[in-house]
Design a protein around this ligand. Structure first.
Ligand SMILES: NC(=O)c1ccc[n+]([C@@H]2O[C@H](COP(=O)([O-])OP(=O)(O)OC[C@H]3O[C@@H](n4cnc5c(N)ncnc54)[C@H](OP(=O)(O)O)[C@@H]3O)[C@@H](O)[C@H]2O)c1
Length: 257
């Protein structure tokens, strides 16, 4: 039995791989950076008695999730836990952004996540045994001016995963949505997202802290797991603020200084 982790080459996914290995999970690691994945696999094999397989794949390409699924099936590897972690954002005015980059983001953050969930879910249900951890964000709870597509993709991940967890009650398969707030990883550089007020507001946790919390939440079968007390408070407070105010606050926080 294997745990499949997407986006395992850096940040939260990299740390999730280490945490899972420490708990004895055999791993299938995927992302685009082949060398980084092999390096991690080597490190994990040296420190833990687990099998680690590496499949380099760009999940931002149409049809790539199916390719990954078929490859895993051909090898006869059974996926008991699916961690849909790969994702990226893009900061700036939507009108000035590359449409190609935005559609690539939707393909990765939404379509591949949905397809992988669909492909692996049927055998989990047949075995009445499986777990899915989908990584959303605190961005999922409100609109995000200057990162409009990214925030919307994460709202999709949260709503899709939460609904699915309810459909699957009693099936033996749990779905957990992990919602990190700003976290130290490669994310901010990839999103062209630095020197913003939102990042100065609070001390950012490490990817390791978020990964450990995500792993524990998945094993406890929590439905929505918001990392950190401050993030939990902010999400609750946002529920009582009118949306026209919320979007203005997020706009001010995400404006480049
Ligand atoms: N860090 C934050 O502040 C934060 C906050 C909330 C939510 N999140 C979410 O947490 C998740 C992990 O992000 P992170 O913070 O760990 O950032 P990260 O360090 O940039 O890691 C992103 C991972 O996704 C992979 N990835 C990116 N594009 C890909 C593609 N086209 N195909 C396959 N894999 C791809 C990257 O690997 P390759 O480049 O090798 O492909 C990398 O392994 C994301 O879903 C992100 O939205 C992050």
């Amino acid at each position: 039995m294997y745990t499949l982790i997407t986006g395992a080459s850096s940040g939260i996914g990299y740390e999730l791989a280490k945490v899972c290995a420490q708990h004895g999970h055999n791993l299938i690691l995927t992302a685009r950076s082949e060398e980084a994945l092999h390096h991690l696999a080597h490190e994990i094999r040296n420190q833990n008695k687990v099998h680690v397989e590496v499949i380099p794949q760009d999940l931002g390409i149409v049809g790539s999730a199916k390719q990954l699924y078929q490859h895993i099936n051909e090898q006869g590897w059974e996926v008991q836990i699916l961690i849909n972690n790969a994702g990226f954002g893009d900061h700036g005015f939507f009108t000035h952004s590359s449409l190609e980059k935005q559609t690539h983001m939707i393909q990765l953050n939404i379509t591949s996540l949905t397809e992988l969930t669909h492909f692996f879910l049927s055998s989990m249900i047949q075995r009445r045994n499986g777990k899915i951890l989908n990584v959303a964000s605190t961005a999922a709870f409100q609109p995000g001016p200057f990162m409009s597509v990214y925030y919307a993709t994460k709202a999709y991940v949260l709503n899709f995963s939460e609904a699915l967890s309810e459909e699957l009650q009693g099936s033996g398969v749990s779905v957990t949505t992990l919602c990190p707030g700003p976290t130290l990883s490669g994310f901010q550089k990839a999103a062209n997202f630095s020197n913003l007020a939102i990042l100065k507001m609070m001390k950012q946790p490490t990817s390791k802290e978020v990964a450990e919390y995500g792993y524990d939440s998945m094993m406890k079968e929590s439905v929505v797991a918001i990392h950190g007390f401050k993030n939990q408070m902010l999400v609750q407070i946002a529920r009582f603020i009118p949306r026209f105010v919320t979007r203005k606050i997020v706009k001010a926080l995400q404006k480049r200084r």
